[in-house]
Design a protein around this ligand. Structure first.
Ligand code: 5AD
Ligand code: FES
Length: 369
């Protein structure tokens, strides 16, 4: 009895420094890291940066992001392009427009593209992606890596897309707290937490490098939830992570809970601490500097690159469609064309002390292992 409580006191007395130097982390440790302020917070960032340099190095990799359609069959309560938002003009970029953006990525030696859209699963859509994948490989001599981010699909669809050339897939779990997941999605089988988990498993089974992630600063979300999210990422042996601050959108049902969320700057800061803590927990994975960071702070993505992230997704969506792909408010880069984005990006990345891995796929070292 005595020994047990003595152990507990000892455990409580673990210093922040000791936690930082661990290689494995319990939930309480992660909570302590996420709550770090002042000097502790700086040390967390320094440690994450050092671990990043020692494992994945200072190279960052581009994934040209092409948001090719905002047509979505789902109704997530936080998302600006949800099916029930009638204010959105729905678009579908043509094959030529998509291929043009891919050609730009290839000519500029981006290495990879991400094709992202709302969720559709008609046979026409599935077949269209099959053909597009083959064409992208064709026009780039097989050199462009292709990531898909088109929501939950059947395992058979994942298999077809994999066979036609996609080798990475992004599907965020959004939150690993099943109750919270239910609060931010409609209550039906189509939006179920279990279905989401199954989709992630199917993606692994079909041989993709799998990327997932969460939103940070959601209404009802606690620091413990975020620590559990990090443990989940470890548990499913993830290869890539993209996570960013939740940003309220006026035309969504979740907007009514805006008085329950933290100020934007705090959500931003928590997102940075999540990135740094994740780098400590999973040193060799790919971590994206989320675009949502840039919606709060113009230098937000570069800040993430200096403290642990190593992937950047410059927006290559044709300009005319960007204003219709507003998942959240204040989405950046609405006016810039792809060239401009690239030039200013390069300078900012170098300022952040990183080098760009031009023409490389930059696959997750974790996956290669
Ligand atoms: N705020 C922040 N991120 C959002 N996403 C969707 N809506 C929002 C929002 N309001 C994120 C989700 C989704 C990804 C494509 O964009 O995590 O998986
Ligand atoms: Fe489109 Fe969630 S609203 S997938």
């Amino acid at each position: 009895m005595f020994r047990q409580s003595a152990f507990r006191i000892f455990a409580v007395m673990k210093s922040f420094q000791e936690i930082l130097l661990q290689t494995d982390f319990a939930r309480d440790d992660l909570v302590a890291l996420l709550l770090a302020e002042g000097e502790d917070r700086q040390q967390l960032f320094q440690r994450a940066q050092a671990i990043k340099l020692n494992t994945v190095g200072n190279k960052i990799f581009f994934r040209g992001l092409i948001e090719f359609s905002n047509i979505c069959s789902k109704d997530c309560l936080y998302c600006g392009i949800r099916k029930s938002n009638k204010k959105v003009n729905r678009f579908e970029a043509t094959d030529d427009e998509i291929l043009e953006a891919c050609r730009f990525a290839w000519l500029n030696r981006f290495g990879s593209v991400v094709l992202q859209s709302g969720e559709q699963s008609s046979p026409t859509f599935i077949q269209r992606i099959n053909l597009l994948l083959r064409k992208i490989k064709e026009i780039s001599n097989g050199e462009l890596g292709i990531t898909l981010s088109c929501g939950e699909q059947s395992i058979e669809t994942y298999r077809q897309w994999r066979e036609n050339g996609a080798h990475r897939y992004l599907l965020r779990i959004e939150s690993f707290n099943a109750d919270l997941y239910r609060k931010i999605h409609p209550e039906d089988d189509f939006h179920s937490f279990e279905r989401r988990l199954q989709a992630l498993k199917d993606l692994k089974t079909t041989g993709y490098q799998v990327g997932t992630g969460v939103m940070i600063g959601l209404p009802f979300q606690t620091t413990e939830d975020l620590a559990d999210d990090l443990l989940f990422l470890k548990q499913i042996d993830v290869d890539m992570v993209g996570m960013g601050p939740y940003l309220e959108h006026e035309d969504t049902p979740l907007y009514k809970f805006r008085n329950l969320i933290k100020p934007k700057q705090e959500r931003f800061d928590m997102a940075l601490k999540m990135v740094a803590t994740l780098r400590l927990l999973l040193p060799d994975i790919n971590i994206a500097a989320a675009t949502a960071l840039q919606a709060i702070d113009p230098a937000g993505r570069e800040k993430a690159l200096t403290i642990g992230a190593n992937i950047l997704m410059p927006n290559l969506t044709p300009c005319e469609y960007r204003k219709e792909y507003q998942l959240y408010e204040d989405k950046p880069c609405l006016e810039e064309d792809a060239d401009l984005c690239r030039n200013c990006l390069e300078a900012r990345i170098e300022l952040a002390g990183c080098k760009i891995g031009y023409g490389e796929w930059g696959d997750s070292k974790h996956y290669k292992k």
